[in-house]
Write a protein that binds this ligand. Structure first.
Ligand code: GDP
Ligand code: K
Length: 279
């Protein structure tokens, strides 16, 4: 069987392990992620002529370098390069969960969103415009209920069709304020001067440098182009301080939240708790 590598990412309590178990059944192996004592669950499911290998990444709210879980998750995405990343999102808590989604978008992984706890979304009378949310996130979204085992076949169908390149969707980049966007652009171009960095997503490295990310800073600092990059970073700090009274790191965070707020306003409505009776 041809293998497809899938990684599950998501906030703690989004239902990631429930989904993992529902998808892979008893085919699981437990170990640790390399170098850390974070348990690693791997399993597989044979579906549609493929063996879909699933890795359950640690639950995280973000992808900074500040916690081992977040580092493990992003290093796995960079080094092991899964074919598809399923972002397990807690439907009733969409707004909070989208922070991780925006950062997965920034990593430009092949993203598929499992809009989980969809049973709760319906029970709570929350209306989600899935089509529009797909457009904004630039990826497919499949409503699931890991608990009730609903939507799982559709999720696996999407995995295979995305893998085969059968359901193209227009990728979307989150737009940052102009000063930050142009700094990202400039730093990305500088990073391209170092062939050894070619295995990374350079735009993501640029965003992380503007966010003062220690790991990426230590990686890039070793290269001669660092002198120019440092100048570009300083310039970006001066500009955002002058225009917004905030540094690029804060600006980037604010822009992510602005994007999420916009998406929530466009795509999510709370219906009345109970349908009104006609009489
Ligand atoms: P994890 O921390 O992301 O691995 O989350 P878990 O799989 O442990 O799930 C957290 C809680 O949510 C558990 O009580 C699950 O039973 C529940 N849960 C998971 N998926 C669903 C779902 O689709 N619908 C509902 N209603 N509950 C779910
Ligand atoms: K849990």
């Amino acid at each position: 069987l041809k293998e497809v590598k899938v990684a599950l990412a998501g906030n703690p309590n989004s239902g990631k392990s429930s989904l993992f178990n529902a998808l892979t059944g008893s085919h699981q192996k437990v170990g640790n992620f390399s170098g850390v004592t974070i348990e690693k669950y791997e399993g597989y499911v044979d579906y549609g002529g493929y063996r879909i290998r699933v890795v359950d990444l640690p639950g995280t709210y973000s992808l900074t370098a500040y916690s081992p879980e977040e580092l493990v998750t992003r290093n796995y995405l960079i080094e092991d390069v899964p074919d598809i990343v399923i972002d397990v999102v807690e439907g009733p808590n969409l707004e909070r969960n989208l922070l991780l989604t925006t950062q997965l978008m920034e990593m430009e992984v092949e993203l598929l969103v499992a809009l989980n706890m969809f049973d709760e979304v319906e029970a709570q009378g929350i209306d989600i415009d899935v089509k529009q949310l797909q457009r904004l996130l630039g990826c497919h979204i499949v409503p699931t209920s890991a608990k009730k085992k609903q939507g799982l076949d559709s999720l696996l169908d999407h995995v295979i069709r995305i893998y085969e390149g059968n359901i193209e969707i227009r990728k979307n980049k989150l737009a940052f304020r102009p000063e930050v966007d142009s700094a990202i652009e400039e730093i990305t171009q500088l990073l391209a001067h170092e062939p050894e960095l070619g295995k990374y997503n350079l735009r993501w490295l640029a965003i992380k440098l503007l966010e003062n990310d220690k790991e990426v800073y230590n990686l890039v600092r070793q290269y001669p182009v660092w002198v120019k990059i440092e100048r570009a970073l300083q310039h970006a700090i001066q500009e955002t301080e002058a225009v917004y009274k905030s540094d690029p790191e804060i600006s980037i965070t604010e822009d992510r939240y602005a994007f999420i707020r916009g998406a929530m306003q466009e795509c999510v409505k709370q219906r009345r708790e109970k349908k009104q009776s006609l009489t």
